[in-house]
Design a protein around this ligand. Structure first.
Ligand code: SDX
Length: 423
């Protein structure tokens, strides 16, 4: 294959080098485009634009494949713990027994919140959406951990990483307890990461708590499946905020806000609200399919479609199987699952969806499992964020270690040309 691309512009011919990835992806290196031609590219939504070179996550949208550091998501979801996958994403290799033990111990040491931070969270109205609480609380972490801002050394970076890995689950659990009017339950250092998280989330005041292994396994799997997804909207946000050398927690707080949007991570909440509306409407999926195809109607089939996957989202396949399993194991019959399956079947046979290669994505079934666990719908995207923390850390760390330049896209100006202010 050629190692250059050529461009003809206003009678002149330019050449640009090609960059080839380890999976055969080809990028045209246009670092000198404006200097050579005076022109810039225009690509709203960056649908055709690579922002960086990365060795963390590979996904093949046509084949529906997803790998973290070369390991298939199917294998990781079955054989690894969420903390092992977090370590793999962040540091690049699957941890040894000694490494994961040290990592978990360092995280456990940081599993505590400053009382004043708890007071900040307490000051939010109970009606506050937990994603807004989480974005604010994550930013507030900076005030209580100032050394986490300028992580110039590997040691500072590691300390900032284990701090947020230890504190974020507590923030998530507290956000849920605030939402459901339950008292704060602090971390229990005698438990491992997932058991501690479940206790903080689900324990009832004055009773002993033993985490249900079905819930532990399902949550572990869901967090792994959400852990990273290359240059999606929220991860790109984390990278571009970090590219100004803002700190890790400030960058992650920005990522949480980006994830909140219903076109992105907020879709899992929007899917459940859509399925409940359809169920309330007598299960009339045809009406909602028609709405989704009606260009004059802003309604979209939430949980369907993807910028990159033009095949089944491999995570959706795993979560769909898990949904059946978890609901059966918990003895939960949720008519919403039947509505979801009916909608999926209809969409996969509908020409509009087939032509546009719209398949269920990660958000289509995940909320059904969270709902079976008794997690409020407003918390679904928060659980997505908890899973995505290691991916955001890994991508931010890679961006800083690669000394990437500050992100600053260009534009094509279409406004008023120079005019005098006659007054
Ligand atoms: C996530 O990027 C990531 O990796 C994200 C993520 C991650 O792990 O980080 O995977 C997580 O965000 C998953 C996506 C969750 N969002 C939703 O489920 C919301 C519903 N989906 C859509 O809004 C949409 O599919 C997007 C936002 C996900 C992707 O939009 P694109 O790539 O910008 O595609 P598009 O809007 O240009 O759509 C192409 C066509 C359009 O029709 P035409 O103009 O060609 O006639 O498909 C149509 C769209 O109208 N379309 C839909 C649709 N999604 C796309 N029509 C109805 N229902 C939908 N869901």
């Amino acid at each position: 294959m050629a190692d250059k691309a050529f461009l003809e512009l206003e009678g002149k011919r330019y050449e640009f080098p090609l960059v080839k990835g380890s999976e055969g992806e080809v990028g045209i290196d246009i670092k000198t485009l404006r200097a050579q031609t005076g022109a810039v590219t225009l690509d709203p939504g960056y649908k055709n634009t690579g922002a960086c070179q990365s060795s963390i996550t590979f996904l093949n949208g046509e084949k529906g494949e997803l790998r973290y550091r070369g390991y298939s998501i199917d294998e990781l979801a079955e054989k690894a713990s969420f903390l092992e996958v977090a370590y793999l994403l962040i540091f690049g290799e699957f941890p040894t027994a000694a490494q994961i033990q040290q990592f978990e111990s360092d995280i456990q040491k940081e599993s505590k919140l400053d009382d004043k931070l708890v007071q900040i969270i307490d000051s939010f109205p109970s009606s506050a959406h937990p994603m807004g609480v989480l974005a604010s609380a994550t930013s507030a972490l900076i005030a209580f951990n100032p050394s986490s801002v300028n992580v110039s050394s590997e040691e500072d970076m590691y300390n900032a990483i284990v701090k947020i890995m230890g504190k974020f689950p507590i923030l998530v659990a507290y956000a849920q307890r605030k939402l459901t009017g339950q008292p704060y339950v602090g971390p229990d250092a005698s438990l491992d990461y997932m058991q501690n998280f479940c206790k903080m989330m689900f324990s009832k005041e004055g009773t002993d708590y033993n985490a249900n292994p079905i819930i532990l396994d399902a949550l572990n799997k869901l967090l792994i499946l959400h852990a990273d997804h290359e240059q999606n909207c929220s991860t790109s946000t984390v990278r571009i905020v970090g590219s100004s050398h803002a700190g890790l927690y400030a960058s992650i707080s920005a990522g949480i806000s980006a994830l909140w949007g219903p076109l992105h991570g907020g879709a899992n909440q929007a899917v459940l609200e859509m399925l409940e509306a359809i169920e309330k409407d007598g299960g009339d999926t045809k009406k909602y399919m028609a709405k989704a195809k009606d260009k004059s109607d802003a309604f979209r089939l939430m949980g369907f479609g993807h910028r990159v996957y033009k095949n089944f989202d491999p995570r959706a396949k795993i979560i769909k199987v898990a949904a059946d399993q978890v609901l059966a194991d918990l003895g939960v019959h949720d008519p919403i699952l039947d509505v979801a399956k009916g909608l999926e079947k209809e969409a996969l046979e509908d020409q509009y969806f087939v032509d546009r290669k719209l398949y269920p994505n990660v958000d289509f079934y995940s909320g059904i499992i969270y709902r079976a666990m008794g997690i409020p719908v407003e918390m679904f995207t928060v659980l997505f964020a908890l899973g995505r923390i290691p991916g955001w850390i890994a991508q931010w760390r890679e961006m800083r270690l690669n000394n990437e330049p500050i992100g600053r896209p260009r534009q094509i100006f279409t406004g008023e040309t120079l005019r005098p202010l006659n007054r």
